[in-house]
Design a protein around this ligand. Structure first.
Ligand SMILES: [Zn+2]
Length: 171
């Protein structure tokens, strides 16, 4: 009888520990999300006080594009490189897996992603997570907040924030 009680007590104790662990993980996630929101809000305020930043696709502060070195192919691990498609009015910029570009389609099956799609996906994430209306892609905000972008496919990406927060988005 005493032994049974001991086992029951041990099981109860374990349940309690599991509940504690669960609560701890949930709290960590909530805190991470809060700090992410606070960081983004601070970034908006900082940006709204700035004037004269570049309106082109290239940064006024560095010679790199917003997505340079930040896009990673989830198919092969390679980085992506910028290229242009079409001419004149139809000209658009796209990003391609460097491995696929250099070594051919048999090396990596990752499809090309459009720069506009990446920008729009980031805007949707900002609007959804922060609950504010932003209509134009702001590369400085992107640069400061985003560690990297995992390109899962031509229609799905995951933005990894510098805080560790990760958000998936479909084009
Ligand atoms: Zn690839």
């Amino acid at each position: 009888m005493k032994k049974i009680r001991t086992i029951q007590a041990a099981v109860l104790e374990e349940k309690k520990l599991n509940v504690c662990a669960y609560v701890r993980v949930s709290t960590d996630q909530a805190e991470q999300k809060n700090s992410f929101s606070a960081q983004m809000q601070a970034e908006f305020e900082r940006r709204s006080n700035m004037r004269g930043y570049s309106r082109t696709s290239k940064s006024a502060f560095t010679s790199e594009y917003a997505f340079s070195g930040k896009l990673f192919c989830q198919n092969c691990g390679s980085k992506f490189r910028r290229a242009s498609w079409g001419t004149g009015k139809n000209k658009q910029f796209v990003w391609r897996c460097i491995n696929r570009e250099q070594d051919g389609v048999d090396k990596c099956s990752a499809k090309t992603v459009k720069e506009k799609d990446l920008e729009q996906a980031f805007l949707r994430v900002m609007n959804r997570e922060q609950g504010v209306k932003v209509t134009k892609f702001d590369e400085e905000i992107f640069r400061r907040l985003i560690e990297k972008v995992k390109v899962q496919s031509m229609v799905e990406v995951a933005f990894v924030f510098k805080t560790g927060f990760e958000v998936r988005e479909i084009f």
